[in-house]
Write a protein of this length. Structure first.
Length: 169
């Protein structure tokens, strides 16, 4: 039995943390935590909850999810069964992932289209407590989907290069 650790760290410390989605996501997380703490204090300590903090925190969570998805998709690190990488040759893995990349690209295209249609239809609707247009919350879906679609095209090109033998993966 060897003492060598074959597993990587849970958090990859080599990833540059200056990526825009990381900076925006971290900023939104700080605001989200501050709003949640404010909500807890006003509700349980002061016994006078602020409705807008809960509403804004919920919508910030939506934005954080989409922005986080952009970062994960950019690095091609979505959850997947990685045993395939160890047991199957790189070209076969690239072929399988290529099929999934096309499926993801189709879904993202549908999300851009339907998200934009939803954005257009919410012209006059407002959030109950904040009185902001709901469009401000919904717009993240088609924008994030479009950005992820661009990354999907990049992944597809990379996988095709592997299949053609122009890259070793």
């Amino acid at each position: 039995m060897d003492n060598e650790d074959h597993h990587g760290p849970l958090i990859d410390t080599t990833i540059p943390r200056r990526m825009p989605e990381f900076i925006i996501g971290a900023g939104l997380l700080v605001v989200f935590v501050a709003l949640t703490v404010t909500q807890v204090i006003t509700r349980y300590v002061m016994n006078a909850p602020l409705q807008w903090t809960e509403e804004l925190a919920a919508h910030l969570l939506i934005w954080m999810v989409f922005i986080g998805a952009i970062g994960v998709h950019r690095r091609d690190t979505h959850l997947r069964v990685e045993m395939l990488d160890e047991w199957v040759p790189p070209r076969v893995v690239a072929g399988i992932r290529l099929v999934f990349d096309f499926a993801v690209l189709i879904v993202l295209g549908l999300m851009v289209k339907s998200g934009w249609d939803l954005y257009q239809s919410m012209r006059f609707d407002k959030l109950p407590a904040l009185r902001w247009p709901i469009r401000n919350i919904i717009i993240i879906a088609p924008i994030a989907s479009a950005i992820m679609a661009i990354y999907s095209v990049s992944h597809i090109i990379g996988r095709i290069k592997i299949l053609w033998g122009k890259s070793d993966g």
